[in-house]
Unconditional design. Sequence first.
Length: 423
Amino acid sequence: MPDPVLYPRGVGPRLAEALDDSPVVLIHGPRQCGKTTLATTSTERRDYAYITFDDGVARDSARADPAGFVAELPERVILDEIQRVPELFEAIKMEVDRRRAPGRFLLTGSTNVLLLPRLSESLAGRMQIVRLHPLAQRELAIGPSPVDAHGPAEFLDALFGADFDVRRTARLGGDLLERVVAGGFPPALARPTARRRANWQRDYVEALVQRDVRDMARIAAPDALPRLLAAAAAQTARLFNLADLAAPFQISRPTIGGYVELLERLFLLQRLPAWHSNRLRRHVKRPKLHFGDTGLAAALLGADAAALQADRTLLGQLLETFVHQELRRQASWHAAPTDFFHFRDRDGAEVDIVVEQGHRAVAGLEVKAAATVRPGDFRGLRKLASAAGDRFACGVVAYDGEVSAGFGDRLYAVPIRRLWEAQ
């Protein structure tokens, strides 16, 4: 079903280009993030048929005779939730090799096929992947509109251009906490109260566990998954520690590790690798764990805006994840290839988010829930600048304050709201 409110998606132009260039295009991202809406609205003038594999008849037919099913498809077709019929990947490959034409197959999937090498490799060179996230704050700031008003991801351009003018703006305050607990899933945002949004978010997680996880693998202890997700939500923005995650469960550590990988495939969890450089000798190599959406994390923890106001530690964690996810969402439609890391050394200096564009420029963001910034808050960014050398573009302390201001060469304090407001 279409989203209750239609927001122009930043990846729209990228999807249009992919359909012009590639015989197979896959939109993948978590369930309910808007994949079907994007697929159908982007092809309204292209005469695409639509089939969803959430429909049992279509699913069983495709599984019974994959090659025959694909051969009988219309000229252009949207195949929704393709991960439910992995047998089709080989049949689609054979059909594309028989007759190659751009835009023939538009697939959507709620499983990360990049973590399933057998499936992704079967369409290597034939398929372009468009990553769709839940709504970014940048998309929400533009609002519902029939016109694509995005242009570039302006914050990333400002970050790599070290282009933050001195400016005063209003603090977000309580509104920032509300944004964190609301998250970015369109059906949740359509609900009028925080309580009703949290109900949707908890039901969403339960439905994923009951349906998608069971489809993907045989789970020895499915009842443990919601509790594991809640434990992961409590550890978001911390160094990934499998032993800590496994400790509350009477399940082996390798089994919990396998469950974490399943949840990563569903875009619920994400490991952020450590950034490194040949100049570094004492850096921490462990990844950080981030939840896929702060609204889901807050709902699993039973934390509303008032609870975050009272628990500054949890607020700091969820705010870091919130900024990390906002940057990833904007990067999904940015022209330059963008990769994300974190940095920490054994002396305690750290940078919450390190952003690389290609193999050239490096930028860093430190995230603070406070309304003030002090020179000491740039310690990790200065170490990152030293390690990156000439590649260092900019370092930002993102905080809930009022003033954008410089703190030395390519170092800035920037209010968090500037991540999604026009630069």
